[in-house]
Write a protein that binds this ligand. Structure first.
Ligand code: SDX
Length: 379
């Protein structure tokens, strides 16, 4: 009796938009941002170049890149009421929840409208890309009772973030690691948070609303929240000390029908190309920082998942140990994903608003119809 014969649970395989932002070949394990393979970008690009690429579908020339860097630097300061909120909110709040609220607040201070939607979108994309790192660092310091550090008037997004978080300027290696993480997480097709951002954009709502909604979607453990969950799993193993056995641990979880965080993907049926880079970084960093065990357990989990389920790691698996090795605490990991993905969300917002149609699918009603009304005292 259904008007719709088929429900596509999770919109699996549905193509709802066209895009020039990224292409994912899930069989080959290939990822392209606006024409450039992720392996090329990982080797040669900076995060700022990737932002320009995603927003403009081409690489910047030297003066365009300098201009973008300067604009990002000039937008790093947070409005006072946002800082006040960060300082006064519950110190035990989830960082992603604080970030979501603070990003939403930013729109209160972007009320000037030039009348040119493309120009305003670009301005808002830059403002959020510059201010999200400042929000994360300010909340982390504030909750630890440390003084909030003002942003630098120089340096890359990665450099300034590590400086604001730790209160000291990072070394070249830490900056490079952070920058590479930002490049690898910037854009990924119609993932849940980007779909959310495009859906909000399609109602002709503003970019701050789209990014706020996207942060809510990214926060969940089936999406960006998985990186924090991965680290918590590895730290659980660490607590077991010498008797820790990552193979047995993984098998037991699988027997109990539990999901292993950081594995599996709707699109990739092979190794996630981002995980390839993160795995290399994780190995090198864990050796350098004395966290070899965490890396060994990660490898054991990976082999067990391959043998038992033929499932590969996704972007969130090895990013966890990378962030941990550069001294970032686990509950900030998904915020760092946000710091990068805001570039992709805003690129999709711009693209959607250039050729918009309301997103409005349908649901199959499976309830009863035309029931008789019972007065409240008789129910
Ligand atoms: C990201 O889409 C994107 O682009 C997202 C992302 C991005 O860049 O934005 O790449 C970032 O979000 C990565 C994903 C992070 N999430 C996790 O690591 C959580 C654990 N993973 C899974 O829950 C799962 O793999 C998903 C959510 C990622 C994908 O879910 P699907 O496509 O709905 O797949 P499914 O749950 O239907 O799984 C298919 C089969 C099932 O087995 P059967 O019932 O067929 O026997 O694979 C099994 C699942 O049980 N399976 C897993 C598993 N992932 C899939 N079993 C154990 N552990 C897992 N992690």
């Amino acid at each position: 009796t259904s008007e719709y014969p088929h429900i596509n649970r999770g919109l699996d395989g549905i193509v709802a938009f066209s895009t020039t932002k990224s292409s994912i070949d899930g069989q080959k394990g290939e990822l392209i941002y606006s024409g450039y393979n992720i392996d090329v970008l990982a080797e040669k690009a900076t995060f700022e170049e990737v932002c320009f690429l995603l927003w403009n579908d081409r690489l910047p020339n030297k003066s365009e890149l300098d201009e973008l860097k300067n604009e990002l630097i000039s937008q790093r300061n947070l409005p006072k009421p946002v800082l006040e909120y960060i300082k006064t909110t519950n110190k035990n709040a989830e960082p992603m929840a604080v970030l979501r609220t603070a990003v939403s607040m930013l729109s209160d201070f972007e009320t000037e409208n030039s009348g040119d939607k493309a120009k305003d979108s670009r301005k808002h994309a830059i403002a959020m890309t510059a201010q999200i790192p400042a929000i994360i660092a300010a909340f982390d310091r504030s909750r630890k009772g440390k003084k909030i550090v003002s942003p630098l008037k120089e340096g890359s997004t990665a450099y300034n973030f590590l400086y604001m978080l730790n209160g000291e300027k990072p070394g070249d290696a830490a900056e490079k690691t952070m920058d590479l993480c930002l490049i690898l997480h910037a854009e990924h097709g119609m993932n849940a948070s980007t779909f959310t951002a495009r859906t909000i954009c399609a109602t002709e709502s503003d970019m701050f609303s789209a990014v706020t909604g996207a942060i809510g979607a990214l926060k969940g453990p089936l999406h960006g929240g998985a990186n924090t969950a991965v680290m918590n799993t590895l730290l659980e193993l660490e607590k077991e000390g010498d008797s820790a056995d990552a193979v047995a641990f993984t098998k037991k979880k699988l027997e109990n029908k539990e999901k292993i965080m950081g594995f599996g993907h709707r699109v990739y049926k092979t190794f996630d190309p981002r995980a390839f880079h993160l795995r290399k970084m994780s190995k090198k960093l864990s050796e350098e920082t004395g966290h070899e065990k965490l890396y060994e357990w990660s490898e054991d989990m990976m082999k067990t998942m391959k043998d038992e389920k033929d499932i590969d790691p996704n972007v969130d698996f090895f990013s966890a140990t990378v962030y941990y090795s550069i001294g970032i605490q686990p509950d900030l990991f998904t915020c760092i994903f946000t710091m990068s993905r805001v570039s992709g969300w805003s690129a999709h917002y711009i693209e959607q608003s250039e050729n918009n149609r309301l997103v409005r699918p349908r649901a199959l009603y499976i309830g009863e119809k035309n029931l008789e009304w019972t007065p409240v005292e008789k129910r």
